[in-house]
Design a binder for this molecule. Sequence first.
Ligand code: GDP
Ligand code: CA
Length: 324
Amino acid sequence: MRIVALAGGIGGARFLRGLLAVTPSSEITVIGNTGDDISLYGLRVCPDLDTVMYTLGGGINEEQGWGRQKESYVVKEELAAYGVEPQWFGLGDRDFATHIVRTQMIDAGYPLSAVTEALCARWEPGVRLIPMSDDRTETHVVISDEQGRRAVHFQEWWVRLRASVPAEQIILVGADEAKPAPGVLQAIADADVVILPPSNPVVSIGTILQIKGIREALEAKTVVGVSPIVGGAPVRGMADACLTAIGVDTTAQAVLELYGSPLMDGWLVAEEDAGTALDGVLVEARPLIMHDVESAGAIAQAALDLATEIAARRGTAPQGEDAR
Ligand code: GDP
Ligand code: CA
């Protein structure tokens, strides 16, 4: 079976690890969010691509959910000793090497998709990981604070300010010109099923859906999503601050409506959100907390089963040898 999944950082990566565990023989293409990308100290950093790559490749710091395990912070301390800003973004020594390799390749003229493939040759994540676009896009957040009304990089709002200042607007700078990276639309066209893991609906999934042509390509497919909102709150992180900024309630229902029909065909919600419903969408309630690889795998299997049921109801037999 050919599966396409969109993914942000931690939630997306943990779900994908479960998906891989339950369907090892499937061909999985992951379209990664690059709206969080930022240049720091002259280096290009792609937090969500790296979180997916490290998590699936066995190099992630499990407790933190991002960054490398067995990490040290000597370079960060040395930069701080020089007074170099920003000091609020944590990059470890091992992680720095990834960003050095990436920046070197980008400076040599390679597109981000080729760089990501090269980095993945080391990590062997078991999926094909493609950035949503090779064109540079960046999520910026409009805030008002003592410095007045201004736009800051998403990472400054999220990491430095911990989303404590309300976002008045969230904008993907560069979205109008950005094209899907090579392979993205083809992978969607070839997919038997598309999964939206429990990733941030605004700044991860929402960002990917803004790239020209991606939403339209997905609408032709069977798309099943997993709600990142359980019982009216994000499972972890501050996705509620992003939803509020775009005028969407922090509920499984509101996120489903945000994605909308015809995009969505199936939606997995937690048991406490069992009343969720939208015309044209098959909703199923089940435990949605990823405690470990096993529980993430059970959620992934439920998403695949829901896709199979949707196909059966429409009278289109699921394709692929292993369409379970
Ligand atoms: P980020 O880039 O690290 O913020 O990660 P993502 O974009 O992948 O997604 C974070 C989202 O995943 C948050 O909105 C969480 O609510 C959601 N999430 C994290 N862990 C879980 C979980 O165990 N179950 C569910 N349903 N959602 C989760
Ligand atoms: Ca992210």
